[in-house]
Design a protein around this ligand. Structure first.
Ligand code: 5GP
Length: 191
């Protein structure tokens, strides 16, 4: 997606060999116009599918999940929570997810009442690296006996194997941009 690729080229910072920092428009400050365009682009790709709910994980996936849900006609967004919050309760689906950025295990939780059986889910997230977050959401969808119609991410890091593995498992994965490598702080994009 051209606008996103341009924003990454203009504002993205490569950290080490494997982290993309895009705090100025995606992960800290949010560019609402760009988020809206990303949601519309995700909708264009999946518009022939019936989607009942957008599923993401807190926190950075929420913005683009919201604009995607708006593009689908204001369907609900459910975001998996990371902490053991009292207000999520105990009637939850859970999955253990290794966080690439925080380098620790998180248990993610979704209240059972927000994923009724047979819901058709579209997973949305900001980044796809090793695929742990999406695998965790897929596990939660399976526990809830829901159907996952696909997954969309803003940035796929093509040099990590999550995308390859998820596609090999048969998941329809849309990435709005793909980072091929990070070399001397420079982000090499495939478009
Ligand atoms: P995965 O679970 O696919 O290994 O990693 C995806 C998750 O880790 C995303 O939810 C995202 O929050 C975070 N993440 C992975 N790589 C990056 C990165 O290079 N930059 C940022 N900002 N987040 C990342």
């Amino acid at each position: 997606m051209k606008e996103l690729v341009e924003a990454i080229r203009r504002e993205g910072v490569g950290i080490g060999t494997d982290v993309v920092k895009v705090d100025s428009f995606l992960n800290h400050r949010i560019d609402v116009a760009l988020s809206t365009s990303m949601g519309q682009e995700i909708h264009r790709y999946f518009q022939n599918k019936t989607v009942d709910v957008i599923l993401t994980v807190e926190a950075s996936g929420i913005a683009v999940a919201l604009t995607t849900a708006q593009a689908f006609g204001n369907i609900p967004v459910v975001f998996a929570k990371k902490g053991d919050h009292i207000n999520v309760g105990h009637d939850v689906y859970t999955a253990d997810v290794y966080s690439f950025t925080h380098q620790k295990m998180n248990t993610i939780r979704v209240s059972r009442k927000y994923l009724p059986e047979k819901s058709r889910i579209l997973i949305v997230d900001d980044f796809l690296a090793n695929g742990e977050a999406i695998e965790g959401l897929l596990s939660i969808a399976r526990q809830a006996r829901c159907e996952v119609v696909g997954a969309a991410v803003c940035v796929e890091k093509g040099f990590q194997d999550g995308g390859k593995r998820l596609r090999a498992e048969g998941l329809d994965v849309l990435s709005l941009s793909t980072v091929q490598a990070i070399e001397d702080g420079k982000i090499i994009l495939s478009e």
